[in-house]
Design a protein around this ligand. Structure first.
Ligand SMILES: Cc1ncc(COP(=O)(O)O)c(C=O)c1O
Length: 472
């Protein structure tokens, strides 16, 4: 019998395809109504932290160094009020095989795929994760296909995404490059079905458990180096796995007083799925175009329940502008002698501001760096922005309008964070949970789950849900 491979038919069998491709029956974790047992999902399908550390160390992942940025910390102190200006550190995740923390996610997923007898892995990603899966598949001896959303309708691609395609191919993966739109998920499903390969989803428990080692290492390294846990850890936030895994690792190490701050590049006004605006952005990840939708509705990913639930762990969420991150990338290279890629420098930009709020003896950690390369570098990005009609100038970055200009700060004291109202994000999440589940009344279990999943309280959820349920 010939299979119906029309868009509609493939979408109709998506749950079955996913179940075969990831080997998890998500129904096992579901409760009545809105809630599901998140910890059970993480426990029963994940590995222990010790096992993951072992897997990662076998495949050139983890145990990355921490580096104090003394010159950048000094600069922050110069523009801070008296006695302020915390010590800024980075965790050099660029030292992982494939050059980013994504190797932690990939090592665990690829290991699991191999153990379960899959012949290959597929991942839908335009980012560092593709390179990470390709690198791990090469090391662990599996085939690898990476599906990328790469081009606008004129066939023009962002330099960073093209860079990633080259990197995946260098590791021997097959790269399928698509234009922006719903085609990606359809093609991804078809390929999973046709090849029988494992879905190395960014959002599976294997992937997120892989990042827990990052948070755990931070706590252990700081205890050894300075005798205490860091005061603040800043995580660049997009789909939420980076923050979730790191925070869970910190908690597993007992570092429960450490504040976890999410940071994203502000891309307000640019629509991610718009053909015309796709190439107007200078950042392909760690931006609000992913950060906000995934925080307010994590279950929008390629698995039924995302293991990345950033709101559950976030104490604060801040944004910085594109021009500020470019400037900080230059500062890192010229003051510290470290040339690193844009995603980690997003958190570094935020940390530079947050340090100015903290006392001099406090410690703030940027929990990752990423490699830089031909397409990620400032020069191709600024050239590409100019070719796309974006004006580049020096000035006050607070006046930057996404898609129209890129403003590099005249002076480091013009670099500012913008605070996202986290209660608003929480409300939006609760609203999405109620609407997407078509719920008319919340049960006690729902309220408890939503309070935990949004790091709020039962009172907060009850109050917010009353307003929402009255209006729908
Ligand atoms: C280097 C780097 N940092 C941070 C992020 C953001 O991670 P997440 O999507 O898990 O929030 C990404 C994701 O693309 C990344 O590649």
């Amino acid at each position: 019998m010939i299979k119906d491979n029309s868009y509609k038919a493939v979408m109709n069998r998506k749950n079955e395809i996913m179940k075969n491709a990831i080997g998890i029956d998500y129904a096992l974790f579901e409760n009545e109504g809105i809630s599901f047992d998140y910890e059970k999902m993480m426990r029963e399908t994940g590995y222990s932290l010790e096992e993951i550390e072992k897997i990662q160390s076998n495949y050139a992942v983890g145990n990355t160094p921490i580096i104090e940025l003394k010159n950048i910390s000094d600069l922050a102190r110069k523009i801070s009020p008296e006695g302020k200006g915390a010590r800024i550190f980075i965790k050099d995740e660029a030292a992982n095989a494939s050059g980013s923390f994504k190797a932690r996610r990939a090592a665990t997923a690829v290991y699991h795929a191999k153990r379960k007898g899959y012949k290959g892995v597929i991942a839908a990603t335009s980012g560092n994760y593709g390179a990470a899966v390709a690198s791990q598949a090469a090391m662990q001896g599996l085939k690898c296909i990476i599906v990328q959303e790469c081009y606008d309708s004129k066939g023009i691609g962002q330099p960073e995404i093209i860079e990633k395609a080259r990197k995946c191919e260098a590791y021997g993966a097959e790269v399928v490059q698509l234009t922006v739109g719903p085609e990606l998920f359809y093609t991804f499903l078809l390929m999973l079905e046709e090849t029988g390969y494992f879905n190395a989803s960014l959002y599976s428990p294997f992937g997120i458990a892989g990042v827990e080692t990052l948070g755990y290492e931070i706590a252990m390294q700081f205890r050894e180096r300075i005798g205490k846990d860091p005061d603040v850890v800043v995580c660049t936030n997009a789909g939420g796995g980076n923050l979730t895994g790191t925070a869970r690792g910190l908690i597993k190490a007992g570092a429960t007083d450490t504040k976890v701050v999410g940071a994203s590049v502000n891309l307000k006004g640019l629509h991610m799925a718009s053909d015309n605006q796709f190439n107007k952005k200078s950042f392909t990840t760690g931006h609000t175009g992913f950060g906000i939708p995934f925080s307010t509705w994590p279950d929008r990913s390629d698995v039924p329940r995302s293991a990345a639930r950033p709101l559950r762990y976030m104490d604060r969420y801040v944004t910085v502008n594109q021009g500020e991150v470019f400037y900080m990338t230059e500062l890192l290279a010229q003051l510290e002698g470290l040339e690193r890629g844009p995603a980690g420098n997003t958190s570094l930009t935020a940390a530079f501001c947050l340090a100015q709020e903290l006392d001099e003896d406090q410690v703030i950690v940027v929990q990752e760096t990423e490699y830089t390369g031909a397409g990620k570098h400032i020069n191709p990005q600024l050239t590409f922005a100019r070719e796309n009609g974006v004006e580049i100038k020096f000035g006050n970055p607070q006046e930057e309008i996404c898609g129209q200009n890129l403003i590099l700060p005249y002076h480091p004291n013009l670099i500012k964070i913008n605070e996202i109202n986290i209660d608003k994000i929480r409300k939006s999440y609760i609203k999405n949970a109620i609407e997407n589940n078509h719920i008319e009344q919340l049960s006690k279990q729902d309220i408890e789950f939503l309070a935990k999943d949004s790091k709020s309280s039962k009172e907060f959820v009850t109050e917010v849900s009353k307003e929402i349920l009255c209006t729908i």
